[in-house]
Design a protein. Structure first.
Length: 248
């Protein structure tokens, strides 16, 4: 029997939740249109079928191609057609609106983005040596949340030390999140990549001029500059080191 990591369990639960929301959206739309269904079902079924196809097809293409313009075009078409249907009253605009939403949610649940499988083998905590590079050191540790103890990493920079969950660092390297935050109760620090934050944001301004893709630590107590900058070469070795650590 395969044991799922916490991240894998969360992803599976999220898929079930999204699928349930999609089904509820269609049922809710049918309930709202129950009077229409009794005497003129085409007013409901035509926009519902078209909306589901629209949501399934274009959301799928947008997600697979990582295309912002296609995603924006899909959203614009969804809203424009909704208002046109409301204005013309040919068929039900709300049925179209709910169906597109359900289709997009359903295809997200059915075809989630999958992280590339890691080829790095996990090792026992006793076999892990501390990592160092770019004036930063990291060593494995644990952190207790109530009655549960989870693997963690203590990262030390010239500005001090803080602790991150291993599972969140792994999710960061799998591009599941653009920024990872230190464990609550620890000195608030953010680990991110240059180019992720908007240029006019605090992190964007603090990292202006650095090479895109470089890893940076931002100390919330002094966010006007990076607490540490991890070069691209060291970032590769740090990612490999993190992936050797057990997540649960």
């Amino acid at each position: 029997m395969t044991t799922l990591t916490a991240r894998e369990r969360d992803r599976r639960a999220n898929r079930y939740l999204l699928g349930t929301i999609a089904v509820i959206a269609v049922i809710a739309s049918a309930v709202l249109h129950r009077q229409v269904l009794s005497h003129n079902p085409g007013v409901f079924w035509l926009p519902t079928a078209a909306g589901l196809a629209y949501g399934f097809g274009l959301w799928f293409l947008g997600a697979r191609r990582d295309s912002k313009w296609l995603s924006n075009l899909t959203m614009a078409g969804w809203l424009v057609i909704f208002w046109v249907l409301l204005w013309t009253k040919v068929v039900s605009g709300p049925a179209w609106f709910m169906a597109v939403m359900a289709g997009g949610i359903a295809v997200t649940a059915a075809f989630p983005k999958k992280a590339k499988p890691s080829k790095v083998e996990k090792v026992s905590p006793a076999e892990v040596h501390p990592w160092s590079g770019s004036d930063v050191t990291a060593e494995p540790t644990t952190h207790t949340f109530g009655r549960r103890t989870v693997p963690a990493v203590t990262i030390t920079s010239p500005d001090g030390a803080t602790r991150f969950r291993v599972s969140e660092l792994a999710g960061f390297f799998d591009n599941e999140m653009g920024t990872v935050e230190s464990i609550p109760g620890q000195p608030l620090t953010f680990l991110t990549r240059v180019g992720v934050a908007a240029s006019d944001s605090i992190i964007g301004e603090a990292t202006a001029g650095l090479s895109e893709g470089t890893l940076v630590l931002i100390d919330a107590a002094n966010d006007s500059r990076p607490a540490a900058v991890v070069s691209a070469e060291d970032a590769v070795t740090f990612e490999h080191w993190v992936r050797t650590l057990p997540e649960d």
